[in-house]
Design a protein. Structure first.
Length: 263
């Protein structure tokens, strides 16, 4: 049996997926990224390999592709492919009916349109500002003195929404702290934060050609409050994926590795 790997080294988390010859996911891992992306990649692969009895090292994989922010630093990769292409392929093999993606990473937001073969039709990216990214949500959770999962659920309780006007992470955090200090309902402030991010995603989604449905990838795809806000702003359905959306980049990389390794 041959095995194929994809290693997605992001700015916040490193992910690894291993597929068999049939394209079935046999192992995966998600680890917090280190300062050194080489170490992040090694830790992610080591954890994934620990879940398979047949192989114990990267050298035993038939083919492995690196992707993500640190894709050039994956020491055991046969080659690297951009995370935009890998997210498109990952979603395609998970649900081929989905043709548009909003990928919210640790430091940027991307809108991606998928062609019929899983390749990228077109894309748009906002990497000029951290507002609306994973780092932004971590900053907001800290301002609320909550864990990130707690913050992501908070807005679902809100009856009203308090708008957040600041477009910068630093200023938005100050605005949120001021609103909390004034005694404003925290769930309504959280709803305002989610809505502000959803409006940023709107531009990316339209540039990606989203019409009737879209899916979210990256760690922020697990943010239930954000999903609800995006559906409200875009007025289209956000499709849930059967596989962890945070693994889409690594899954797409592993599928590309499988295609190349089986050719």
């Amino acid at each position: 049996m041959k095995y194929f790997g994809g290693c997605d080294v992001g700015s916040t988390y490193a992910k690894c997926v291993i597929l068999n010859e049939e394209g079935k996911m046999v192992a995966d891992s998600t680890v917090r990224s280190k300062i050194n992306p080489v170490k992040s990649a090694e830790l992610a692969l080591e954890e994934a390999l620990s879940k398979i009895d047949d192989i114990k090292s990267a050298e035993e994989l038939s083919y492995l592709i690196g992707t993500g922010y640190g894709r050039n630093k994956v020491p055991f990769a046969d080659e690297n492919i951009s995370e935009i292409s890998c997210h498109a392929m990952g979603v395609h093999v998970t649900n081929p009916d989905v043709k548009a993606i909003i990928d919210i990473g640790g430091q940027d937001v991307k809108g991606i349109a998928i062609d019929t073969d899983g390749t990228v039709k077109n894309f748009a990216m906002n990497d000029k500002c951290a507002a609306g990214t994973g780092r932004f949500f971590e900053a907001m959770a800290n301002a609320f003195e909550m864990t990130l999962p707690e913050f992501c659920q908070l807005s679902l309780q809100a009856k009203n929404t308090i708008p957040i006007t600041a477009q910068c992470t630093v200023f938005a955090e100050s605005e949120v702290i001021s609103l909390v200090g004034e005694g404003k309902p925290m769930d309504e402030i959280a709803a305002g934060i989610q809505l502000a991010v959803a409006k940023r995603c709107f531009v990316m989604a339209k540039k990606a050609g989203a019409t009737d449905s879209i899916t979210l990838t990256g760690g922020c795809a697990k943010n239930a409050g954000l999903k609800k806000a995006i559906e409200k702003v875009l007025k289209i359905k956000v499709v849930d994926l059967d596989i962890d959306p945070q693994l889409m980049g690594a899954l797409g990389a592993a599928e590309y590795a499988r295609q190349k390794g089986m050719a």
